[in-house]
Design a protein around this ligand. Structure first.
Ligand SMILES: Nc1ncnc2c1ncn2[C@@H]1O[C@H](COP(=O)(O)OP(=O)(O)O)[C@@H](O)[C@H]1O
Ligand SMILES: [Mg+2]
Length: 381
């Protein structure tokens, strides 16, 4: 299982992740959902590559990655709409292999709502209960309760055409939770809503999930959304799982260069590690905190907000840059700069600071403890 071996550094920072369970003697069944060695190709294109992931009971786990990285494909395989080429999935120790979608007891919420247009809100939500032959006396009670939970109690007799996008998605959510699913799968449920509503609804979803304790696998390409709602985040790129960890670990202790860039747009700075020092272009060197990795070319990352225009007890290292453009962003000034090797670098500094002029050369000070180093292959060193 390549996926288990590859992210060695990811394993250290992923907390109660899958790697740890394996290390404890390979009894992955102790997790609620276990995905092992999952692979999927469409023709010559490999979409998922030996993918491993474990989800704890009651956990809100977000699958985060750019468009086309395989998120929907993974969700469709878990839901049973698509077969994998290899690998296995278990829920509470029971394999899903060969189980049709409706037997899996999963709730699913889709990006495009997928509500039935010819049915009332009530009938949309009742659908899954009727399909499971729930007695009609119970159906009324359960549908009402689900609609109240998503704040649609007064909308039961409406048709979807009489609802806003946000309300339609609430119907989708009620329909998914009313069956009391073993697993709730959500595929970019907020991406068709406007920005303000997206932020309100993500909190609603999170509160509801916590209240009901539903194990949830949530898909998004929006890193801010992922950081805001998740217990843990699994970062996917080109069908490979690069890191699984809590929001803070994903933000601060990225296991892969891609994660640093995708979450919070870290600057990527070419450097070399040699003799226990990091050497940047332009003759700047700084000592490495911690054990020195072997001599090699590396990419160092620093976020725009990691820079200041003057030194302080923590900000002890500096990079000389030429300022190309100064943009006012309210509380911050965004400096678009050029490094000694011609590479670009963005720095956000306090807008109360005395702003450098375009064309000026300045020192950008940073805390060496914020620097993360990545090998040529992209993994943390
Ligand atoms: N049925 C299919 N046939 C061929 N290629 C597909 C099919 N479904 C998805 N793909 C391809 O698989 C890759 C991953 O797609 P998808 O899982 O939808 O990504 P995401 O949801 O992360 O945007 C894309 O390159 C997409 O074009
Ligand atoms: Mg998708």
């Amino acid at each position: 299982m390549q996926g288990l071996e590859r992210p060695a550094s990811a394993g250290q920072s992923q907390g109660q992740g899958f790697g740890q369970a394996q290390a404890q003697g390979g009894r992955p069944e102790q997790h609620h959902v276990v995905i092992e060695g999952l692979a999927k190709r469409f023709g010559a294109v490999t979409v998922l590559e030996g993918l491993d992931l474990a989800i704890e009971k009651g956990e809100f786990l977000t699958l985060l990655g750019p468009s086309g990285c395989g998120k929907t494909t993974l969700l469709r395989i878990i839901a049973g709409f698509l077969d994998a080429d290899a690998g296995r999935i278990t829920v509470a120790g029971e394999t899903l292999l060969g189980q049709p979608p409706h037997r899996r007891d999963f709730g699913m919420v889709f990006q495009n709502y997928a509500v039935f247009p010819h049915m009332t809100v009530f009938d949309n939500v009742a659908y899954g209960l009727r399909a499971r032959n729930v007695p009609s006396a119970d159906i009324g009670r359960r549908v009402e309760r689900a609609l109240e939970r998503v704040r649609l109690g007064a909308f039961a007799s409406r048709f979807p055409t009489q609802l806003s996008g946000g309300q339609k998605q609430r119907v989708g959510l009620a329909r998914a939770i009313v069956i009391e699913p073993r697993l709730l799968l959500m595929d970019e449920p907020l991406s068709n809503l406007d920005a303000k509503l997206r932020i309100d609804m993500r909190s609603e979803i999170r509160l509801l999930q916590r209240e009901l304790g539903i194990t949830t696998l949530y898909v998004t390409h929006d890193q801010e959304e992922a950081l805001a709602v998740s217990d843990r985040i699994a970062v996917l790129d080109k069908g490979r799982m690069l890191q699984v960890g809590g929001p803070k670990a994903i933000y601060d202790e990225h296991a892969h260069r891609f994660v640093a860039d995708f979450i919070g747009n870290a600057n990527q700075i070419a450097a070399r590690v040699d003799g226990g020092l990091v050497h940047f272009a332009g003759g700047v060197s700084m000592p490495l905190p911690g054990a020195a990795p072997p001599a090699q070319p590396v990419t160092a990352t620093l976020r725009p907000e990691d820079f200041r225009l003057s030194p302080s007890p923590d900000y002890t290292a500096a990079l000389p840059v030429r300022v190309l453009l100064v943009s006012y962003l309210g509380a911050r000034l965004r400096l678009s700069c050029e490094l000694a090797d011609g590479a670009s670098l963005q720095a956000d500094v306090d807008s109360d600071a005395i702003a450098p002029a375009a064309g000026e050369t300045v020192s950008l000070w940073f805390n060496p403890g914020k620097v993360r180093l990545f090998s040529a292959e992209g993994w943390r060193v």
